[in-house]
Design a protein around this ligand. Structure first.
Ligand code: AMP
Length: 428
């Protein structure tokens, strides 16, 4: 399968080619032709599957067919809603990247930054608007955005928007849109809430499900390192130095924990910075930019802040603390091994976290291999009982994903239901 066969126009094909992409990912191959036909789509695809291009490319193509392009002061014809500022910024960047050979204008609006430049951009005229719900409603309230011309609506990471409590904002936004439009909903998981949302918004959608990337790509090796809580920082510094890691994304449960760890790693001579919700948007953007260009070696993040981070070929993701919500583990490890690159997800697990680990393993449908690092064995109890004998830090969990049962069902959470039939239209 090539991009040419998907029916995309030359301007888009050359933009895709400029990115070095030659083969569409499964979600792209399945959704692009359907979106080009003008149908609604309900897509089960995690971040890292290439979902952004899957909706951006056909959206650009559909919008570019209009002869009115370039008219000053025009209202948005496509609206992409995302749960986080970072994801909004990334989607907007993709829109610019893939649309660089077309005459379409785009803008992104999210909170935490000045509203005036956004108002100016909207005044100039925008074809594609990427937004987080709260700031979009601010604009709507002030009358600085006109949503009555929206032809295509995209809800990106719909499940996370619901998790973050955006349902009322989404409902308010829906009331501002014209009834007749194309709707695309992307979600990593499918539960009752997502179903209710999609039932209320989508019309006779084509359903697309792609294998969860951490199971299908088989590129993320997972490993648990048992360690006492108080020695986690020491172990992390040891792993970074001994393994000569170039870069890693490290997750902590709390904002305070992220700050403290970043400071401690700096004291250990490891260039680190923290990214979390208490930091200003400018500080978050700078931290991410520094990390992307390689001037920061370790980015310490909380779950919400890390949502939507798109960092190419990140080799290591570390769970410094296990997340309370097992599903966040899957989101976290999705930060490595993206788009075919290989990656390792390491979890530093204290005795107190063994129940959390059990919950994660239940969700995954299998155990994560345990590797004790010499000198860091836990003093009290164990993370769990599966320690391979004689295992050492240098044992590489290459085959971590090929062992055991595979996680089942779209969503990878116990309550998540699998889409009944793949790639089939279903009636509401
Ligand atoms: P997403 O799921 O949209 O967050 O995309 C994950 C990553 O895959 C991004 O870094 C994209 O730039 C990259 N990507 C998107 N499409 C392709 C493709 N067809 N081939 C290789 N990489 C891709």
């Amino acid at each position: 399968m090539s991009f040419e066969l998907l029916g995309l126009k030359a301007e888009l094909l050359s933009a895709v080619q400029a990115q070095g992409y030659t083969i569409p990912t499964p979600v792209q191959a399945k959704t692009i032709p359907v979106i080009l036909e003008g149908r609604d789509v309900l897509a089960g695809a995690q971040t890292g599957t290439g979902k952004t291009a899957a909706f951006t490319l056909p959206m650009l193509q559909l919008l570019s067919a209009d002869s009115n392009i370039g008219a000053r002061g025009r209202a948005p014809r496509a609206l992409v809603l995302t749960p986080t500022r970072e994801l909004a910024a990334q989607v907007a960047e993709s829109v610019r990247t893939y649309g660089k050979n077309l005459r379409l204008n785009s803008a992104v609006v999210f909170g935490g930054v000045g509203i005036n430049p956004q108002i100016d951009a909207l005044k100039r005229g925008v074809d594609i608007l990427v937004a987080t719900p709260g700031r979009l409603l601010d604009h709507a309230g002030q009358g600085t955005v006109n949503l009555s011309k929206v032809e295509i609506l995209v809800l990106d990471e719909a499940d996370r928007m619901l998790d973050m409590g955006f349902i009322h904002d989404i409902k308010r936004i829906m009331k501002l849109l014209p009834a007749k439009r194309q709707n695309l909903l992307f979600s990593a998981t499918y539960n009752d809430e997502v179903k209710r949302l999609s039932d209320g918004i989508l019309h006779n959608p084509t359903q697309v499900e792609v294998a969860r990337r951490n199971t299908a790509a088989e590129t993320v090796s997972q490993v648990v390192h048992p360690v006492g809580q108080t020695r986690k920082r020491e172990l992390l510094s040891h792993l970074i130095k001994e393994g000569d890691w170039q870069q890693a994304l490290v997750f902590t449960r709390t904002k305070h924990g992220a700050n403290r760890l970043a400071t401690q790693l700096l004291q250990d001579g490891i260039n680190s910075t923290a990214i979390h919700g208490n930091k200003s948007q400018a500080a978050r953007t700078k931290a991410l930019a520094d990390f992307k260009k390689g001037s920061v070696r370790i980015l310490v993040a909380t779950d919400i802040a890390a949502r939507g981070l798109d960092i190419d070929s990140l080799p290591h993701v570390v769970n410094f603390d296990l997340p309370h919500v097992a599903e966040d583990y899957v989101h976290r490890i999705g930060r490595t091994g993206r788009a075919g690159a290989s990656g390792v997800a390491l979890s530093l697990v204290a005795h107190e976290e063994r129940d959390l680990l059990r919950g994660i393993q239940k969700l995954l449908g299998r155990d994560i291999p345990v590797v004790e690092v010499e000198g860091f064995k836990q003093d009290s109890g164990r993370a769990h009982s599966q320690t391979p004998s004689g295992s050492r830090q240098d044992r590489r969990p290459h085959d971590a994903n090929s062992k055991g049962r595979k996680p089942s069902g779209f969503g990878n959470r116990p309550s998540a239901r699998s889409f009944e039939k793949k790639d089939r239209n279903y009636q509401r």
